[in-house]
Design a protein around this ligand. Structure first.
Ligand code: GDP
Length: 522
């Protein structure tokens, strides 16, 4: 197979959702399509104590939580599918965000009974900011849910993206009889079980389908659809690929219903790996020499094996096991020997990988988040991974003051690695760390103890809203515990506001002081 064919057949994506919207259930269905698992129910929720195939990895099992997101891959209809898992709510951390830098598009799962929820908004904003194409699956149509039109309005309003319904549900809950698949011009009948009947639109008028077409719910839906056809946006793959329009699919992951047609359509429309920006240029996947970047480092939580795995997204060329590459940051050459590809519950050794694929390499402490690896003479670095807005902050100290040296070393390395974000109080110089999710603190504490032999104390200073200041406008006397003045890693000043109210109060009182929001995501 030619390089071009290898690239075109790859579909690398993540599924994002608020917890309980049905991500695990839908992932399981996709794994069934890919023959990765044999029967439904193999992928169990964390809550049951059994682990989802999508929650795998030995160390995570030992720890009882899914520490970091992982990767599943399988072949489907001639495509190589790479699904990057993003952890759910309790596990939410910067890893979740960073995973989105390694995909070519995302599937957003929304619970039809609840509409858009907090976590979806956060993840969605990161996608939007980065221009990642978004496909939407509205789940749980087998239950009494919100009106489809209302759900589309909400997506458009809250997320500020055009919607195009690829299919339209006929009824919901007990009255749910199927979906009108606009894209394939067919009605898919829901029989209350896994069987789906496909009826082309032009055959629906036949007598034998009278029970469908005479159904008042069907009639209402046809009217609704006509309205939509007149007033709604046109489908535009270009706009989808620009991240400006999202194709919307309705269905039920559990029934399952509409999942197959969703996936078949999605897999055809989803983009193959494209060019990626470097600091000065763009690199096309067809570039002959291998290149990729580290988007995640997974530390082993087991003290007996302190190895770490660096996850690399292949961006160009062919990766071959044992190949010689250069680490762009240091210019150092190294051999990519101990590599793994992640296939559900086992770690298989990977011999070759192509753009879009994810490989894991053993990391003796060499890599940092965002590192670029390149083959050949020419060295370049992919665009820096964005920093994500921390929301929860804690003051950190070493329990034992005698361990100051290890404390500093551990802190420095874990900050470099991107495990946590560092700030310093001003003028007190106290150490404050910021994270997007609570789990990051657990990992931080655990690793400080196990890898650097330092017990740390964390004192919460709560959720905070960070705003940067211009150096010439800094007046320390205006700040206190409530609106805390700190410096970031680069020595820039910022204020950690206690809450939205404190922020607005300050802005009103000192209108001349410019408050800069560095994270467009907010
Ligand atoms: P996750 O937290 O997003 O991974 O959500 P899960 O896949 O674990 O699903 C959360 C709950 O919703 C589970 O009890 C599922 O059985 C249920 N669920 C998922 N999809 C559907 C659906 O289509 N219909 C109904 N009624 N329940 C569903």
């Amino acid at each position: 197979m030619s390089m071009e064919e290898e690239i075109q057949k790859r579909k690398t994506f993540a599924i994002i959702s608020h917890p309980d919207a049905g991500k695990t259930t839908i992932t399981e269905k996709l794994l069934l399509f890919g023959n990765l698992i044999r029967s439904a129910g193999t992928v169990k929720g964390k809550k049951t104590g059994k682990f989802a195939t999508s929650d795998w990895m030995e160390i995570e099992k030992q720890r009882g939580i899914s520490v970091t997101s992982s990767v599943m891959n399988f072949d489907y209809q001639g495509y190589r599918v790479n699904i990057l898992d993003t952890p759910g709510h309790e596990d939410f951390s910067e890893d979740t965000y960073r995973t989105l830098t390694a995909v070519d598009c995302v599937v957003m799962v929304i619970d039809a009974t609840k509409g858009i929820e907090a976590q979806t908004i956060k993840l969605f904003k990161v996608c939007k900011m980065r221009g990642i194409p978004i496909f939407t699956f509205i789940n749980k149509l087998d239950r009494e849910s919100r009106e489809p039109l209302e759900l589309l309005d909400q997506i458009e309003d809250v997320l500020n993206i055009e919607t195009y319904p690829m299919n339209w549900p006929v009824g919901m809950g007990k009255r749910f009889i199927g979906i009108l698949d606009r894209y394939h011009e067919q009605f898919i009948q829901y029989n209350g079980n896994e069987e789906e009947t496909y009826i082309p639109f032009d055959q629906l008028q036949q007598d034998k389908y009278r029970d469908i077409t005479d159904n008042p719910t069907y009639q209402e839906t046809i009217d609704e659809l006509e309205l939509l056809e007149g007033a709604g946006d046109e489908f535009s793959l270009d706009r989808v690929l620009q991240g400006e329009q999202t194709p919307v699919f309705f269905g039920s992951a559990l029934a399952p219903f509409g999942v197959q047609t969703f996936f078949d359509t999605f897999i055809n429309l989803a983009p193959a790996p494209g060019p990626r920006k470097t600091e000065t240029d763009v690199v096309h996947p067809e570039r002959e020499e291998f290149s990729g970047f580290v988007f995640k480092i997974q530390a082993n939580m087991n003290p007996q094996h302190r190895d770490r795995v660096a996850f690399i997204r292949v961006c160009s060329g062919t990766f071959t096991r044992g190949m010689q590459v250069k680490l762009a940051r240091t210019g150092k050459s190294m051999k990519l020997g101990q590599t793994q590809q992640f296939v559900a519950s086992s770690r298989d050794t990977v011999q070759q990988a192509y753009p879009g694929d994810i490989i894991g390499v053993y990391d003796p402490g060499t890599y940092r988040i965002g590192d670029t690896l390149v083959e050949g003479k020419q060295t370049f670095a992919y665009d820096e991974l964005p920093q994500f807005p921390p929301e929860i902050f804690q003051r950190v100290t070493a329990k034992n003051v005698m361990k100051a040296k290890q404390f500093r070393k551990g802190l420095e390395q874990l900050v470099q690695e991107g495990a946590i974000q560092l700030f310093r109080g001003y003028p007190t110089d106290s150490i404050i760390v910021g994270a997007v999710g609570q789990l990051q603190y657990e990992v931080f504490q655990h690793r400080m103890k196990n890898e650097y032999n330092v017990e740390i104390m964390l004192e919460s200073i709560g959720d905070r809203i960070p705003r940067w200041l211009k150096e010439e406008q800094v007046d320390p006397s205006l700040f206190d515990e409530r609106n805390m003045l700190v410096k970031d890693r680069d020595g820039e000043f910022l204020v950690l506001f206690k809450n939205d109210f404190a922020l607005r109060w300050f802005a009103d009182k000192y209108p001349e002081i410019e408050l800069i929001d560095l994270f467009e995501v907010n």
